[in-house]
Write a protein that binds this ligand. Structure first.
Ligand SMILES: *[C@@H]1O[C@H](CO)[C@@H](O)[C@H](O)[C@H]1NC(C)=O
Ligand SMILES: *[C@@H]1O[C@H](CO)[C@@H](O)[C@H](O)[C@H]1NC(C)=O
Ligand SMILES: *[C@@H]1O[C@H](CO)[C@@H](O)[C@H](O)[C@H]1NC(C)=O
Length: 245
């Protein structure tokens, strides 16, 4: 078999473009891009899909979440609306590790050993560059961190686009809007009276009758709260990883 004869200009083109690619990949003057730190305050609307829904839980897998991140005040709020549910769930997280999960009638208080994620939780170290990928039609840089998360950032602007938690629930969140600098007024962060029972007993309240890690509860409210906790638990884990890195 005669070897294929490449026209010289085409062969040169291949050699040159191959060389150019190699240079781009290997040159120390082209290190992988770094993630953009989060702004100190922002409001984001997230579309959430618990993609491992069928095996991981019994609640509704699709949600719209308003996320208010407020680093100067060291607090984080998720306002979660499950599909076709009238009663939104709130998750107010404080830097002292206390989280309040409540809707119009139920409340649960949970303690975590870590506080709110700092703006540099990803940019400050430990992120592994995965490469470029188009998601939702948006050209992104992608990083992974600590086996917890895969994070997509718009290549052109540095805005967050999407993150997938590496978790049995398979939580994926898609950033539908992102408004740096937008803050929620103080009154909106206050947990309601039914989070503070009159009897002054400890916060895990016996009347709810559930221990912190009991996922085997069956009432609708409990299921909703458990589902809400899934995302916030991984975020808290991430906060721990960020603090340790
Ligand atoms: C949610 O994730 C599941 C599992 O990957 C997928 O089949 C489904 O289409 C997704 N739903 C939406 C609305 O994106
Ligand atoms: C943490 O801070 C919040 C908001 O100020 C407060 O309601 C909660 O009681 C605090 N938790 C602890 C354990 O101090
Ligand atoms: C989905 O959930 C099941 C049950 O919790 C778990 O065994 C499985 O590993 C999960 N799948 C993924 C991809 O995490």
């Amino acid at each position: 078999m005669a070897p294929t004869r490449w026209p010289l200009p085409l062969l040169l083109f291949f050699l040159l473009s191959g060389a150019a690619t190699a240079t781009e990949d290997a040159s120390p003057s082209n290190p992988p891009p770094s993630p953009t730190p989060w702004p100190e305050r922002f409001h984001a609307v997230l579309f959430t899909n618990l993609t491992n829904y069928s095996s991981a839980s019994t609640g509704p897998p699709l949600r719209i979440t308003d996320l208010y991140y407020d680093w100067p005040r060291r607090r984080n709020l998720n306002l979660v609306r499950h599909q076709l549910s009238a009663d939104p769930l709130y998750d107010v997280e404080w830097d002292n590790g206390t989280s309040f999960y409540f809707d119009s009638s139920t409340c649960r208080v949970q303690r975590f050993p870590v506080g709110v994620l700092p703006p540099w939780w990803l940019s400050g170290g430990g992120a592994e560059y995965v490469g470029r990928e188009v998601t939702g039609g948006i050209e992104c840089h992608v990083w992974g961190k600590a086996g917890f998360i895969v994070y997509y950032e718009e290549a052109a602007t540095g805005r967050p686009v999407r993150w997938n938690f590496i978790d049995v629930t398979g939580i994926q969140q898609f950033v539908m809007s992102f408004e740096p600098g937008v803050a929620l007024e103080d009154a909106q962060w206050q947990a309601p009276a039914h989070c503070f029972p009159d009897d002054g007993s400890e916060e895990d309240g016996n009347d709810q009758g559930k221990s912190n890690d009991d996922v085997a509860s069956s009432s609708k409210e409990e299921v909703g709260v458990v589902m809400l906790e899934a995302a916030s638990r991984v975020l808290r884990k991430l906060a721990g990883a960020a603090a340790a890195s």
